[in-house]
Unconditional design. Structure first.
Length: 250
């Protein structure tokens, strides 16, 4: 079967099932594991599917993770406002979990004002910046590098975080509503869950476009969050339902 026809078959299967396993695809396409992997890599690079360990799903606006460059240019003014507020939590001698989001990366210039900081991150771009800062001891959660998000994911990265306990976890999300906080990718959700679990104070960074949106993977409930930092006043209904569970700053 020609490669282009094989990829069309994969998309046809996913349009019907939305979610399947690599083993099922191998059986349906009568192809080897290595051949299927090549086709899935191509489809993922084209933004048509999302791969996790042994599983594949059709990409959509609600679950696709946009590239680091795309996310960096989105809502840049809002991210500056958010990072300025988040910087008020910084002091000397802190241990900080910092996720791979571009929103959290905006906080990095503020770190230069403080001494003896320990930063644990799964963000490749953030790590490359932080490794040049003399006031920071940097720990990178090594694992599988997702080329699209420029982040380290998977079991190696998640397990690595269990070696640390931080004063702060500073992270973003894909969406939030009055019922909880969401991610587009299950592996991103697991990384951030582990940061939350191993931190004294959890700070969620979310610009106004992320409010009142839900996605496939639940990241956290609000009882596990200490602060939500955003760039504008949330709706009254959100403040009423979530404001009693954690502090919301804007």
């Amino acid at each position: 079967m020609p490669a282009i026809e094989r990829r069309l078959q994969i998309l046809k299967i996913l349009q019907a099932k939305k979610f399947t396993t690599t083993k099922y695809l191998e059986q349906q396409l009568f192809c080897s594991t290595s051949t299927l992997r090549r086709e899935l890599i191509k489809l993922e690079k084209d933004g048509k599917i999302i791969r996790t360990h042994g599983e594949v799903q059709l990409a959509s606006d609600s679950n696709i993770e946009f590239s680091y460059h795309t996310r960096k240019t989105e809502q840049s003014c809002s991210k500056e406002i958010i990072s300025d507020i988040a910087a008020t939590f910084l002091t000397n001698n802190l241990s900080i979990f910092l996720d791979s989001s571009t929103t959290a990366a905006n906080l990095i210039p503020h770190l230069e004002k403080y001494t003896n900081l320990r930063i644990i991150t799964n963000g490749l771009v953030s790590a490359l910046t932080l490794c040049n800062m003399d006031n920071v001891s940097l720990y990178f959660a090594g694992g599988y590098i997702n080329y699209n998000t420029q982040s380290s994911l998977g079991n190696f990265a998640t397990t690595f975080l269990d070696n640390f306990h931080a004063d702060l976890a500073i992270f973003s999300c894909r969406g939030l509503d009055r019922f909880g906080i969401y991610e587009a990718n299950p592996e991103q959700a697991l990384i951030k869950k582990k940061m939350i679990e191993n931190s004294d104070t959890n700070i969620l960074l979310a610009d106004n476009t992320k409010f009142n949106t839900s996605h496939y993977f639940k990241l956290a409930n609000y009882q596990h969050i200490d602060y939500i930092i955003t760039n504008s006043v949330p709706s009254d209904s959100f403040l009423d339902s979530v404001g009693s569970q954690c502090e919301i700053l804007w």
